[in-house]
Unconditional design. Structure first.
Ligand code: AIR
Length: 442
């Protein structure tokens, strides 16, 4: 058989299937299938067997130890992959029995984020603990920190959980953000300056992927929107003439060393990231330099340890406005797995274990497309799946699926990166991939 051609009669085994051992009759097994574990006579020794667990005073946690993560979504799953590649064992705490990272980690502590027994178990298993979502209760991180090194620290995560605290941090770091007002009471609502309208009212806490936001033009709109959001603490931001959205990911070590990934240009649709291009095609070099400097400054000022992402808006006049901080790897940095010699997840492992942070280098131009649940069929439509084989036929395509059991509109089910020798080539192939997926071009 001609390598790489498949045969016309070979059925495609789509992602999610379980892969067996291969045989003359084994057709192509698509991503998502479960690969078997070696032969019945070969015992499988899982990566990361526990070889000593470090301690809060251990500066470098060597491979063989177990690394813990709060949360078991796709970000934890990719952290687990990176940690395992480096020889660490992994433990995930997530209440969901079918969490994407629970599938692949050595240990899945299935417990609520505040469950004292679950937290104790995670601490017992892990030499150090990180987090994969910012809404992890800060008190849970503080509790874990009594027993193990935790990075990022609860205090830094707490800043990122609250838009008002986040904006105050930007201002402390000398980083511009949108003119805004904090609204926690009727009096503060009444005192809002007219210069902030039209604006966007955002809940201070627990908003993500465009949720908890309302556009407002008049004072009446504002009062209505605040009521609709339940009169919870909010931040009203002036609506700005935005040209682009970009993000910068940095990793900071416990000794204060900082490295960054290249600037990412992001396109959002319906409040959810759709496309990331790296290098950023439409952002001037000096804007990129300023964004990188600002992100590094914020990480340094927070005394941050771990991977952090700052999202920025580029205004039409080229000025930068910081939007928010994610205290974790970020969707816009997923390209780094395939396009850089150290991914954001490799950096997360290094920062957590106290390993040196070598500056990452981008070796391939890259376009990332998010694979949202809509591709599996909308509500009421028959379930379907994208034609993976058609996508995998394109050069430089890397398919990442998160193993989520249920597709919902807007839910991040996976992503696809296209790497190439030039940005033009990556873009051209990514457009073909988008067309095959039925995703609108950019
Ligand atoms: N996540 C966390 N903050 C933002 C994002 N995207 C990731 C984390 C989390 C997962 O999204 O990995 O666990 C939750 O995804 P879902 O589809 O279950 O809501």
């Amino acid at each position: 058989m001609t390598p790489g051609q498949g045969s016309p009669t070979t059925p495609f085994i789509a992602p999610g299937a379980t892969l067996g051992q291969g045989s003359a009759t084994t057709p192509f097994i698509a991503p998502g299938a479960t690969l078997g574990q070696g032969s019945p006579t070969t015992p499988f020794i899982a990566p990361g067997a526990t070889l000593g667990q470090g301690s809060p005073t251990t500066p470098f946690i060597a491979p063989g130890a177990t690394l813990g993560v709060m949360g078991g979504g796709q970000l934890a799953r990719m952290f687990v992959h990176a940690a395992q590649q480096m020889g660490y064992a992994t433990a995930v705490l997530d209440p969901d029995p079918a969490s994407p990272a629970g599938w692949v980690a050595h240990h899945h502590v299935q417990a609520d984020y505040l469950d004292p027994q679950g937290l104790a178990r995670l601490a017992e298993l892990s030499a150090a603990v990180t987090t994969e979502f910012e809404n992890v209760p800060a008190s849970a991180l503080a509790r874990l920190a009594e027993r193990r090194p935790v990075a990022p620290a609860a205090a830094a995560v707490a800043v990122c959980q609250d838009r008002a605290a986040e904006k105050a941090q930007f201002l402390r770091s000398g980083v511009a953000c949108a003119p805004h007002a904090v609204i926690e009471s009727g009096a503060q609502l009444a005192a809002v300056g007219d210069d902030l309208l039209p604006g966007i009212l955002k809940t201070a806490r627990l908003g993500y992927d465009g949720k908890g936001q309302r556009r407002v033009s008049t004072r009446a709109d504002l009062a209505g929107a605040w009521a609709a959001l339940g009169r919870v603490a909010c931040v009203l931001e002036q609506l700005l003439p935005l040209a682009r959205e970009i993000s910068v990911i940095v990793a900071r070590g416990v000794g204060g060393d900082i490295v960054n990934l290249p600037v990412q240009q992001n396109l959002h649709r319906d409040g959810v990231l759709a496309v990331t291009q790296v290098p950023a095609p439409d952002v001037a070099a000096d804007v990129q330099r300023r964004a990188i400097a600002a992100a590094r400054q914020v990480a340094a000022d927070l005394g941050y340890v771990g991977v952090l992402c700052v999202e920025f808006f580029v205004q039409r006049d080229g000025s930068l406005v910081a939007n928010e901080i994610a205290p974790r790897p970020h969707n816009s940095g997923h390209h780094s797995i395939d396009s850089c010699d150290a991914s954001q997840f490799d950096l997360q492992v290094r920062a957590l274990t106290g390993a040196p942070l070598a500056p990452p280098r981008q070796h391939s131009a890259c376009v990332m497309l998010n694979l949202l649940g809509d591709l599996w069929g909308g509500p009421g439509e028959p379930a379907r799946a994208p034609d993976w084989a058609a996508l995998l036929a394109l050069p430089g395509v890397h398919l990442h699926l998160y193993g989520k059991a249920q597709a919902r509109p807007g839910r991040k089910m996976g992503h696809l990166t296209v790497t190439a020798a030039s940005a033009g080539q990556a873009d051209a192939v990514a457009r073909q991939a988008a067309e095959r997926l039925g995703i609108e071009a950019w």
